[in-house]
Design a protein around this ligand. Structure first.
Ligand SMILES: Cc1cc2nc3c(=O)[nH]c(=O)nc-3n(C[C@H](O)[C@H](O)[C@H](O)COP(=O)(O)OP(=O)(O)OC[C@H]3O[C@@H](n4cnc5c(N)ncnc54)[C@H](O)[C@@H]3O)c2cc1C
Length: 471
C-alpha cells in the first residue's frame, strides 16, 4: 500500500502565508493540513494574558480566511493533539517555524524526538528572527550581555538575514480536517471590542501598517520615536509577535526605501528584539530571575493600593496615568512611556518588577515573553545591559520634554486637559485660581500624587545601596 504524503503545517507565531518557510516545506511535502494549537497549560506562567488572546482570536480568523477556511484550531497539549492527528490522518510530515520560549523549546525538542521515532518527517525553520539566538556569539563562543557589541560586532558582521520568500501556491493543496474544537478566545466584555479599534490583526493589517509607517513615520524616526504624540513609531510589535509579518520582511522593505540615520535607528530597534531573544535563549529563567543576582537582596515593598492606582492610571502623575490608560484602552503603550511608567513602579513605588511584568503580560496586545522580560529587567536596573539603577525617570520632566504640548497626556487624562501646558504635568503646582479656572478639584476630579518624587527617589537609592556586596 502506498501512503499518501500528508503534511501538517503547524502554525504558531507565524500567522501568515508570505515568508513562511514551514508552510513552503509542508506544501512541497504533500497535501497540507494547517493546524493551530493553543497550549496554555504547557506555557504555565509564560502564558499570554487577555489582550493577547483577543488579538490571537482575530489573527486566527484572518489566517483561516487566507487558507480558505481550512485552518484547524485546537486547544490542549500539542504533543497529544498532533499525535492523534498523525494517527487519524496518516500524516507523514510535520513542519513548523521555531519558537524560542524555554517551554516551547522543551516541548518541541521532545516532539521532534517522538516524531522521528515514529518515522514521521519533521523539520523546523527560522521564521521569526533575523539571526538565530545561538548564531551570534562573542569570539569566545559565549553569549553577549551588552546590546551595542551584540548588534554591531555580532549581528551586523554576520551574514545578512535571509531575504523573504514568496508564499507557496496553496490552491488545491489544503486538506480539511475533522471539526476542531476551540472555545472562543474573546471575553464577553466591551473592553475587548473597544481595545481593538485602532488595530487590524492579520497579515493584511500588518502589511498595511508597515507601508503606512514606511510612508509616514520612518523619515523622522530617530528623533520622533521619543514623542508619544507623534506618529513616528511603527506599531508593528503585535504583528511581529504573532508573526503576521516577519522581521525579514520589515528589514528588507525598509532598507529598500531608505538609507539614512532614521533607517539605521529603526533597524537597531529590530536589533533590540533580537537581543531580547538572545538573552532569553541564554537565560531561560529571565522572566523571573534577576540577571544581576545582587537584586535578589532588593528590599521590595508590597502596597496593593498603590499598585492598583498604578494599574488604573490614578497615580496623580499625568504622563504615568496617560500611559497606563493607553495600555488599558488600546493594548499598547508607547516605548518612551513604558520606560516612564516602569521606572515609576519599580523606583518610586519600590514595587517588584514582577508586578509590572505580570500586568503588561495581561494587558499588552504585543506581549512577548522575551521583550517584556528584557524590558522590565532593563528598567528595573537588574538586566544584563540595564539602565543604571540610579537613573530614576522624573515623570514631570519626562512629560514636559517628550509631551511638551500635552497632546498625548490630554488624550488619556482629559479631566485635567484645561490646565496650561506648563501645569499639565504637575497639577499640584497649579494655584487655586488656575485649578478652578480649569474646573479641577484636585483630590476629587484627579488624584493628588501618591508619592512624593524627591523622597521616593531617595528611598530607592537607599534600597539600591543595600544590595551592594558587603566589603
Ligand atoms: C517595561 C517594558 C516592557 C516591554 N514589553 C514589550 C513586550 O511585551 N513586547 C514587545 O514587543 N516589546 C516590549 N517592549 C519594547 C518596546 O517598548 C516595544 O517593542 C515598542 O514600544 C513597540 O512599539 P513599535 O512597534 O511602535 O516600535 P518601533 O519603535 O516601531 O520598533 C520596531 C520594532 O522593533 C522592536 N523593538 C522596538 N523597541 C524595542 C525594545 N526596546 N526591545 C525589544 N524590541 C524592540 C519591536 O518588535 C518593534 O515592533 C517593552 C519595553 C519596556 C520598557
Amino acid at each position: 500500500m502506498t501512503v499518501s504524503p500528508l503534511a501538517i503545517c503547524w502554525f504558531r507565531q507565524d500567522l501568515r502565508l508570505n515568508d513562511n518557510p514551514a508552510l513552503c516545506a509542508a506544501v512541497a511535502h504533500g497535501p497540507v493540513l494547517p493546524v493551530f494549537i493553543l497550549d496554555h497549560e504547557s506555557a504555565g506562567s509564560a502564558a499570554p494574558g487577555a489582550a493577547s488572546m483577543v488579538w490571537l482570536h482575530h489573527s486566527l480568523e484572518s489566517l483561516d480566511a487566507s487558507l480558505g477556511g481550512a485552518l484547524q484550531c485546537y486547544e490542549g497539549d500539542a504533543m497529544t493533539i498532533l499525535g492523534d492527528l498523525i494517527e487519524s490522518h496518516g500524516v507523514t510530515g510535520v513542519f513548523w517555524n521555531r519558537c524560542y520560549e524555554p517551554w516551547q523549546i522543551r516541548r518541541d525538542t521532545n516532539l521532534k524526538r517522538y516524531l522521528r521515532e515514529t518515522g514521521c518527517e519533521t523539520q523546523s525553520f527560522n521564521g521569526s528572527l533575523l539571526w538565530e539566538p545561538w548564531e551570534i556569539t562573542k569570539s569566545d563562543g559565549t553569549p553577549y550581555r551588552v546590546f551595542t557589541p551584540f548588534y554591531r560586532r555580532g549581528c551586523l558582521a554576520a551574514p545578512a538575514p535571509r531575504a523573504p520568500i514568496p508564499p507557496p501556491d496553496i490552491e488545491g493543496r489544503l486538506v480539511a480536517g475533522n471539526e476542531a474544537t476551540r472555545s472562543s478566545l474573546l471575553p464577553q466584555h466591551p473592553w475587548a471590542t473597544q481595545m481593538m479599534r485602532p488595530w487590524l490583526p492579520g497579515e493584511q493589517g500588518a502589511g498595511d501598517r508597515l507601508s503606512q509607517f514606511l510612508h509616514e513615520g520612518i523619515d523622522d524616526y530617530k528623533e520622533g520615536r521619543n514623542y508619544p504624540a507623534k506618529g513616528n513609531v511603527s506599531r508593528l510589535s503585535p504583528h511581529l509577535h504573532f508573526g503576521e509579518l516577519s522581521p525579514n520582511q520589515v528589514w528588507y522593505a525598509s532598507s529598500a526605501l531608505y538609507d539614512d540615520a532614521n533607517l539605521d535607528h529603526f533597524l537597531s530597534e529590530l536589533g533590540w528584539r533580537e537581543f531580547s531573544y538572545h538573552l532569553l535563549y541564554a537565560n531561560p529563567d529571565m522572566q523571573t530571575l534577576n540577571l544581576q543576582p545582587r537584586f535578589d537582596r532588593f528590599p521590595w515593598q508590597r502596597d496593593s493600593e498603590k499598585l492598583k492606582r498604578w494599574q488604573r492610571g490614578q497615580t496623580g502623575y499625568p504622563i504615568v496615568d496617560a500611559g497606563m490608560r493607553e495600555l488599558w484602552q488600546t493594548g499598547y503603550m508607547h516605548n518612551r512611556v513604558r520606560m516612564i511608567v516602569g521606572s515609576f513602579l519599580v523606583k518610586n513605588l519600590l514595587t517588584h518588577w514582577h508586578e509590572g511584568e505580570r500586568w503588561f503580560r495581561d494587558c499588552l496586545v504585543d506581549f512577548d515573553l522575551a521583550n517584556n522580560s528584557a524590558g522590565w529587567q532593563w528598567i528595573a536596573g537588574c538586566g544584563a545591559d540595564a539602565a543604571p539603577y540610579f537613573r530614576v525617570f522624573n515623570p514631570v520632566t519626562q512629560g514636559q520634554k517628550f509631551d511638551p504640548e500635552g497632546r498625548y497626556t490630554r488624550q488619556y487624562v482629559p479631566e485635567i486637559g484645561a490646565l496650561s501646558d506648563r501645569r499639565l504635568h504637575c497639577p499640584w503646582e497649579a494655584t487655586d485660581t488656575e485649578l478652578s479656572e480649569a474646573g479641577i478639584r484636585l483630590g476629587i476630579d484627579y488624584p493628588h500624587p501618591i508619592v512624593e518624587l524627591r523622597e521616593s527617589r531617595e528611598a530607592a537609592l537607599v534600597a539600591f545601596a543595600s544590595t551592594k556586596d558587603p566589603v
